[in-house]
Design a protein around this ligand. Sequence first.
Ligand code: G16
Length: 547
Amino acid sequence: MSILTLPTTPFAGQKPGTSGLRKKVSVFMQPGYLENFVQALFDGLEGCAGQTLVLGGDGRFHNRAAVQTVLRMAAAHGFGRVLVGRGGILSTPAASAVIRQHGAYGGVVLSASHNPGGPEGDFGIKYNIANGGPAPEKITDGIFARSQTISRYRTSDAPPVDIDRLGTQHLEQMAVEVIDPVADYAALMQQCFDFDAIRRLFAGGFRMRFDAMNAVGGPYAHAIVEGLLGAPAGTVVNGTPLEDFGHLHPDPNPVNAEDLIAHMSGPEAPDFGAATDGDADRNMIVGRGAGEAFAVAPSDSLALLAAHATLVPRYRGGIAGIARSMPTSTAADRVARALGIPCHETPTGWKFFGNLLDAGAVTLCGEESYGTGSEHVREKDGVWAVLFWLNILAATGQSVQQLVQAHWARFGRNVYSRHDYEGVDSAGADALMAALRAQLPALAGQLLDGRRVKLADDFAYTDPIDGSHSERQGVRILFEDGARIVFRLSGTGTEGATLRVYLEAIETDVGRHGVPAQQALAPLIDIAQRLARIEAHTGRTQPSVVT
Ligand code: G16
């Protein structure tokens, strides 16, 4: 065991409140940088001696080296056992499942989620607590505070562990158990869904394209979709995790997953398309439309899963409630009303769902950012969402498009879009938000292009379970007709600032459900650009990504 000195400058710029640290690989490779975070983390974990830690990542560049660093430091801090996914691989939801299943003290997940990987890309580390969910703010704030003051770290001098060999080895006194990264997770999925029905669906010729984007969803999709569910070989594409994701940006949306969209267009398109992101917690669902792909908006996906939940064995008895992040459309609220269950509105970030899930107050959760999940783990879960859709498709015999259109006909359509202005100057973005906040008191009751503002505020949230309070979670402008515009700055980017503008309008006229979202939302887009003076503050006339 050694006690080594950290470089004098601690890591800088972790945003307090984010669930982990995400930076360029080059930043993470600075001597002592990762060690600083891990020491600050372990210093705050009381009673971890003798306990079990779960460890794995999404396989991106630097994953293997970081696994060894964390293993050595865990041994020096007296952990009794570390469960590490073979090859250092564990998807974020699988890590959550393993933590819960094995009663672990917590878990370290190495991932920068949907951010690009490779030597020029991003790396990240996050800590999950014993319930399997992201560490709450009091833990992440503590890590950050300690990281600024510590000057040493404790590590083992033992040689690297062979993380490609299943079974138990020892690093000093600590047992290192290399586990199959898929096994526990696949068992959990079989408890959730009607695998027989989905198997029959595939056996009947149903065709699917699962694009794992060269990221960590691949091994799970291969084992479950092609293995356990009998989908033909080739159903899963880009299914081997690559250190640089094969230069793909593993953030499944119609822009980054354009190859999937292309395959879902045209007469040869399979029946169902799906993609997962870098660490397989996000998902995108795509159906086959009339000659073109039919991409399901994540907010609609959450609402539709909730409306059909009783078709799925795990949720056969009904769901207790739904939670969605504030910028996510209110489509789920309509379903909740119809089911007579609560729908909670939380700030952006999966960690805000944890208390509600632990308390049994909600069963399903979702976010506009392609994240959907349930009480089965404490993370959003991309492969679970895809299996949920497959279960519904098998149970109803309908297509994705038929299901969504029927949903809109019953509940109305929440036409939705997100406009991202990526990599803008941080000072300009901050000034934009400050100017918007300053306008809020005067906005209520105003008529903007014929729409009356019902409420304009900066979203604040009090957790109904533990009373913790979060402020300044995004500017929202709610109109009397149900339309909404939300502005917030991303918490996950690593370059400059990203302004997100979320736009939503309610369409109850079935005859207008086919109008393209950008067209239907044009008046709101115009209001948003004017109100926030986006061009003046950012120099941008157009968003960089529209989803
Ligand atoms: C993370 C959180 C998500 C959240 C997203 C927001 O996603 O886990 O719950 O919706 O950040 O991102 P942004 O602040 O950029 O809008 P992930 O997939 O990066 O872990």
